[in-house]
Write a protein that binds this ligand. Structure first.
Ligand SMILES: Nc1ncnc2c1ncn2[C@@H]1O[C@H](COP(=O)(O)OP(=O)(O)OP(=O)(O)O)[C@@H](O)[C@H]1O
Ligand SMILES: [Mg+2]
Length: 274
């Protein structure tokens, strides 16, 4: 997409903090998928999916391998263009918006650890990220410890429970600690919604418990959508669940209902391999 179109897209879509909210109305919907489809040739990886995530809501998308979960995330972030349907962000159509424009509007997803600077400390990685998205970002002057950027870093370090080892080099971190930092990086720059694709994959039981605590520390006004094969984690940390099967929505319900849904048990848990 040409730069001008990309910028126009970003300028045309206000950051949600600029979107007026009417306290008398229904809860604000952050993300709405309307009949979203993604076909790869004859394969309908995502087939007419509709769901909505309220601002600040903690949400899970579950389903067995190949159900279409990651493909759905790719459509939400703009990494692929869906072949059908509409994706709305605080009411505005963002179906065809460039990924960078979506990031500026407050959408995040967790990335692989290769995006971290391994030779720098945890704190410095977060600090660079915070400075990268704040005003005066190209300043090389040393900042005081009371500078807002440092305070933002302090807040994130605490939330992802890395404040105790903030000066450790990222290259020395255990797998689970790197995962913690990736979640910290997603919290930079006042996100409104974060997409987590299988954050527990490859983590030990102890690291999984740590992950649950971190997910519970995500600020109330920051929503997330979690893809997770580990039901013990997913059902503990979300308010709403959509179960996908063969690209379609099987059901959307509260976690307690999902836990006891026989159809979900048969299809999801029977065919589950994390
Ligand atoms: N770029 C692509 N080209 C062709 N087929 C694809 C592509 N990406 C995904 N698929 C197919 O789409 C289907 C859904 O894949 P997807 O990765 O979205 O599933 P998933 O629910 O994330 O599964 P898992 O739990 O294993 O991560 C699969 O059959 C997959 O092989
Ligand atoms: Mg996947």
């Amino acid at each position: 997409m040409p730069t001008s179109a990309y910028l126009a897209g970003a300028a045309g879509a206000a950051h949600p903090s600029q979107v007026r909210t009417d306290s008398s109305s229904e809860p604000l919907v952050a993300l709405a998928l309307e009949n979203v489809s993604m076909a790869f040739g004859a394969l309908r990886a995502v087939d007419g999916v509709s769901l909505s995530v309220r601002a600040g809501q903690k949400y899970a998308v579950l389903g067995s391998n190949g159900a279409g979960k990651t493909t759905l995330f790719n459509a939400i972030t703009g990494d692929i263009l869906p072949t059908g349907g509409c994706i709305r962000w605080f009411g505005q159509d963002m179906t065809r918006l460039a990924p960078q424009a979506r990031i500026r509007m407050g959408l995040r997803r967790t990335y692989q650890s290769s995006l971290l600077f391994k030779e720098l400390s945890i704190r410095d990685n977060l600090f660079l990220a915070v400075r990268g998205v704040s005003a005066g970002r190209f300043s090389v002057l040393r900042t005081r410890s009371t500078h807002p950027s440092h305070l933002a870093v302090d807040d994130i370090l605490e939330r992802v429970r890395l404040d105790g080892i903030q000066n450790e080099l990222v290259g020395n971190l255990a797998h689970g600690q790197q995962r913690q930092l990736e979640i910290g990086m997603a919290l930079v720059g006042q996100p409104r919604l974060i997409l987590f694709d299988e954050p527990a994959a490859g983590l030990s039981p102890v690291e999984r418990r740590e992950l649950v605590l971190m997910l519970k520390n995500v600020p109330a006004d920051v929503g997330y959508v979690l893809i997770e094969h580990d039901l013990d984690i997913a059902l503990k940390v979300v308010e709403r669940v959509t179960v996908m099967h063969n690209g379609r929505v099987l059901t959307t319900a509260a976690p307690q209902e999902i836990e006891h849904n026989a159809e979900v048990q048969a299809i999801y848990m029977g065919g589950r391999h994390s």
